[in-house]
Design a binder for this molecule. Structure first.
Ligand code: FRU
Length: 500
């Protein structure tokens, strides 16, 4: 048997074992009430970052960091699913399993990476991670598929065996794209406490040459940059990354200009992709409608100050899900805005609309809808003549009022606040961020799904995503105003049809 044949067989065996482990619990897990109704989840078990997002032969492919053997992080595989519309997903067999000296390790595996279409060959670039003699060894590796389902690891792996002088042993999450006739790759790294994005180039995806530090922290942007992503957008360039060591800031975007001759990206706009507690490692793809889309992992990672354990469903069959895919657009003032893809409206069922209403001082109105666990709501407020100190919604409120999640706006300061300290007896934290009013108007677009709340403020200028785990009977939605009144100009809500 040739060496490559033995390799393929080893990988096939590791995949068969992992697929069998999922098949054994799949049906039981499908009946679990805590599963989301329309957010992406694997059939069962632990999921983290989205990987390899691509439209290949007309279908969207989503790969993801996956532990098929447990509900917590463990040796990383690549789970796989595809979709025609970004809303309904078909689970596919696991694409990558640890099997080789460069990725076979209980504490490592096939770490995050990306996908490209190389003349009809679906090519994945990922980070092989192993620990040898106490040292983490991260290398960049390649795997290919012609049918888009079965992947072979390249015999010449790793394709990048060592980090450059400017990097360190933290050397992971390759994102690859083509510019003119050359492939480029950005890899996350750090040195001396500063996060970095390292740039490589290649003629064929197999031989890589180190180019430069594309961008790095000046000390204020984190100690390590995970999951960098780089793309052109409306005449500018955008760098996304998930920094470690920036406290509550877990996703950053930079907008600027790229100079391919020097390999340097310089930026003049900086922002947060999502201000919520549970949004990490977004990855982008460009689709055939010309949209730049991002999907992210919805879970707080264990550096949150209150972290005690992963969310309650970890005791059941799952942990982790993906955000609704979002479009990325450049706004008039040079900042980015993120909006749910239009396809999600296909899930709207019964709707309810109410017109102009003044919410009086210290009033609380119990809404007749939404009162289920999968819904969408768009509320618009006029801030002209608004003397309320705070107004907004109480979500997933229990009959005895012991459970409630408060989403509110403070017009005097322009602060949007999400308080989950009484959500469920388990979740903690109050999250605040600036939401600039727009022509004296405030628009809140909210998606609720079992234990996820996605909030898009003022057309995606400010987005926050959180997990909460209220009791299934905590179902009421209240509208309130405190200290004064506010005018609600429109309120629309829909039940959303389950996709699973
Ligand atoms: C981000 C991350 C990546 C890494 C992967 C491992 O959540 O830590 O940097 O590749 O998860 O699962």
């Amino acid at each position: 048997m040739t060496l490559q044949k033995a390799r393929l067989e080893r990988h096939a065996q590791a995949l068969a074992k992992a697929n069998a482990a999922i098949a054994a619990i799949r049906d039981e897990a499908a009946g679990e009430a805590s599963r989301h109704k329309y957010h992406f989840m694997p059939p069962a078990r632990w999921l983290n970052d989205p990987n390899g997002l691509i439209q290949f032969k007309g279908e969207y492919h989503l790969f993801y960091q996956y532990n098929p053997y447990g509900n917590r992080w463990g040796a990383m595989h690549w789970g796989h699913a595809k979709s025609k519309d970004l809303v309904h997903w078909e689970h596919l067999p696991i694409a990558l399993a640890p099997s080789e000296p460069y990725d076979l390790d209980e504490r490592g595996g096939c770490f995050s990476g990306s996908a490209v279409d190389d003349n009809g060959v679906l090519t994945l670039l990922y980070t092989g991670t192993v620990i040898r003699d106490g040292q983490v060894i991260q290398t960049q590796c390649l795997a290919t598929s012609t049918d888009g389902i079965h992947f072979e690891k390249y015999e010449g792996n790793p394709v990048i065996a060592l980090p450059p002088e400017e990097g360190s042993a933290d050397f992971r999450d390759p994102k690859v794209w083509k510019h003119e006739d050359t492939w480029y790759m950005v890899v996350g790294s750090c040195k001396e406490g500063r996060g970095k994005a390292l740039l490589y180039r290649s003629p064929d995806l197999r031989k890589w040459e180190y180019v430069s530090v594309l961008a790095e922290s000046d000390g204020s942007l984190g100690t390590m940059w995970e999951c960098p992503d780089f793309f052109p957008l409306a005449g500018r360039h955008v760098l996304l990354f998930s920094p470690m060591g920036m406290e509550n800031t877990t996703t950053v975007y930079l907008v600027g200009d790229m100079d391919y001759d020097s390999g340097k990206f310089t930026w003049d706009v900086q922002g947060e992709i999502d201000f919520g507690f549970d949004y990490y490692a977004p990855q982008s793809l460009l689709d055939d409608t010309g949209r730049r889309l991002i999907i992210a992992w919805l879970n707080s990672w264990d550096w949150m100050p209150w972290f005690k354990d992963f969310a309650p469903p970890v005791q059941k069959y799952w942990c982790g899900s993906m955000s609704i895919p979002r479009t990325v657009e450049l706004d008039e003032d040079g900042k980015l805005k993120f909006l749910p893809v239009a396809e999600i409206t296909s899930l709207r069922e019964e709707g309810q609309v109410s017109g102009v209403q003044r919410i009086g001082k210290d009033m609380e109105i119990v809404l007749t809808e939404p009162v289920n666990e999968a819904w969408e709501m768009i509320a618009e407020f006029d801030l002209e003549n608004c003397d309320a100190e705070e107004f907004g919604f109480k979500l997933r409120v229990s009959e005895d009022r012991t459970q409630e999640t408060v989403l509110s706006y403070f017009p005097a300061t322009g602060i949007l606040k999400f308080d989950r300290s009484r959500s469920d007896g388990w979740s903690e934290g109050v999250c605040t961020c600036k939401l600039e009013a727009f022509h004296n108007k405030l628009k809140l677009h909210i998606f609720m799904d079992t234990s996820v709340v996605e909030i898009y403020g003022n057309e995606g200028r400010t987005v926050m995503t959180h997990n909460i785990f209220p009791h299934p009977d905590s179902m009421s939605t209240l509208l309130f105003s405190r200290g004064g009144s506010v005018k609600l100009t429109s309120l629309k809500s829909w039940k959303l049809r389950p996709v699973w």
